[in-house]
Design a protein around this ligand. Structure first.
Ligand code: G6P
Length: 355
C-alpha cells in the first residue's frame, strides 16, 4: 500500500503528505513521552568521537549541513562534506573521528565510497539511512534507520524531513543534552507539519509565480540549509533556475541577479533573526523582486513581504524542517502548473550508483 499513489496524481505529493506519519515512525521509541531523553541504539555502541564528519550528496547533504550545525551548537566538532569531495589527502581524520554517511537509498556510490575510505584509515563509521540491508549499512560499522518508508518520487521529501529529525536526535544522544524544549519541539513536529499541510497557501503562490525567470530561497543560520534544499527541489522538478543562499551572502553577488521576475523566498525565524532579515527583505524589495516570507512571525514580517507562508512557532532548531515543507509544496505546485514530469524528472535518477 505504501508503494501506490493512493489517489494522488504524483508520488511526490503523496510523500509530502505522508510526512507526519513518517516522522512519527522515526521518533517512535527514541523520544517517547513522558521521559526527557533520547535513545538511539547505534549511539550506545559508539565511543564519544573527537570530531564528526558528515558525508552525503544532494538532499542528504543538505540534511548534513543542518546536522553539523546542530552538533556544533551543542559543543561538538562537526563538519559536513559533499561525499564526492571527501578527499582524505586534504582532510584531517583519525581513529577518533566518526564519519556519518547520510544516504536515503544507502546506494549512492560517492557516499558508500567515502565510508569505505574512512574505514580504511580506522575511523568509526555510521550510516543514517532509509534502507535496511543497503550497501551503506554493509560498509558502515553502525546504522541508524530513518524509517520513512519507501520513497518513489525522485525528488526526496519525506526522507529529508526524517533525516533531519534523526540527525537532530543523534546530536542530542551524542551530546547527552536533552532539554525540555528539544523534546517538546521534536515531538510536536508531526502535528505542526500536519497543520502546514492543511493550511498552506503554496498552491496559490505557485500559480502567481510559475512563469518567473528564477527563484531564490534565502535563510540565515540553520535556515540556510533549508534554503539550499528549497532551491534544489525547484530545480529538480520545475527545470527552472533556482539558487539558495545564506541570506547574508545575497549582498556579496547574488543581488545582481535579483529583478522583478525573480521571487525571493525568505525563511524568517522570528526568534533570532527577524530584524536582520527585514534589512535583507528591504534590499530585495528595492530591486522590485516579489518577496515571499516563510515565517513563524507573520505580523512582524507582513509589512515587508508580498506574501507570507506561515509556519507554526517552535524551538528555532526545528524551524528549518517546517519551512522545508512549505518550499516542497511551492516546488510541487509550480512543477504541476508547468506540466513537468514530477516523479521522474528528466536526467535524474533516484539513486546514483556510479562515482
Ligand atoms: C540522487 C537523487 C537525490 C538524492 C541524491 C542522494 O541524486 O536524485 O534526490 O538526494 O541522489 O541520494 P541518497 O540516496 O544518497 O540520499
Amino acid at each position: 500500500e505504501d508503494a501506490t499513489k493512493n489517489g494522488y496524481d504524483h508520488y511526490m505529493l503523496k510523500e509530502i503528505r505522508e510526512q507526519p506519519h513518517a516522522l512519527r515512525k522515526c521518533l517512535r521509541g527514541r523520544v517517547d513521552a513522558p521521559g526527557r531523553s533520547v535513545s538511539i541504539d547505534a549511539v550506545e555502541a559508539i565511543t564519544e568521537p573527537n570530531h564528526v564528519h558528515f558525508v552525503a550528496c544532494g538532499t542528504s547533504y543538505h540534511a548534513s549541513l543542518y546536522a553539523a550545525r546542530l552538533f556544533r551548537e551543542r559543543g561538538m566538532r562537526a563538519t559536513p562534506f559533499l561525499a564526492s569531495q571527501y578527499d582524505l589527502d586534504a582532510i584531517p581524520i583519525g581513529t577518533d573521528t566518526l564519519v556519518v554517511g547520510v544516504t536515503q537509498s544507502g546506494e549512492t556510490a560517492d557516499t558508500v565510497s567515502a565510508l569505505q575510505v574512512a574505514n580504511d584509515v580506522g575511523a568509526t563509521t555510521l550510516t543514517v539511512t532509509n534502507v535496511v540491508g543497503s550497501s551503506a549499512t554493509r560498509e558502515a560499522d553502525h546504522a541508524m534507520y530513518i524509517r520513512a518508508g519507501p520513497e518513489i518520487s525522485v525528488a526526496a521529501t519525506k526522507t529529508f524531513v526524517s533525516q533531519q529529525a534523526a540527525l537532530a536526535m543523534l546530536s542530542s544522544a551524542f551530546s547527552g543534552e536533552c532539554t525540555r524544549e528539544f523534546v517538546t519541539g521534536i515531538r510536536a513536529l508531526p502535528d505542526r507539519i500536519q497543520s502546514i499541510l492543511d493550511q498552506s497557501r503554496a498552491k496559490a503562490i505557485a500559480a502567481e509565480y510559475a512563469d518567473a525567470d528564477a527563484y531564490f530561497p534565502i535563510g540565515r543560520g540553520s535556515n540556510a540549509a533549508a534554503a539550499l534544499e528549497g532551491a534544489l527541489k525547484i530545480k529538480e522538478i520545475t527545470y527552472k533556475h533556482a539558487e539558495g543562499f545564506p541570506a547574508g551572502e545575497l549582498k556579496h553577488g547574488p543581488l545582481a541577479l535579483v529583478t522583478d521576475r525573480t521571487p525571493v523566498f525568505a525563511i524568517v525565524d522570528g526568534d533570532s533573526e527577524a530584524e536582520t532579515m527585514i534589512g535583507t527583505l528591504n534590499e530585495v524589495d528595492a530591486r522590485g523582486a516579489p518577496v515571499i516570507a516563510v515565517t513563524d512571525c507573520p505580523e512582524t514580517i507582513e509589512p515587508h513581504a508580498d506574501h507570507v507562508l506561515e509556519v507554526p512557532e517552535t524551538d528555532s532548531r526545528f524551524t528549518p524542517i517546517l519551512a522545508t515543507v512549505q518550499l516542497q509544496l511551492v516546488s510541487y505546485w509550480i512543477a504541476n502548473r508547468l506540466g513537468r514530469s514530477i516523479d521522474k524528472p528528466r536526467n535524474l535518477a533516484k539513486s546514483v550508483t556510479v562515482e
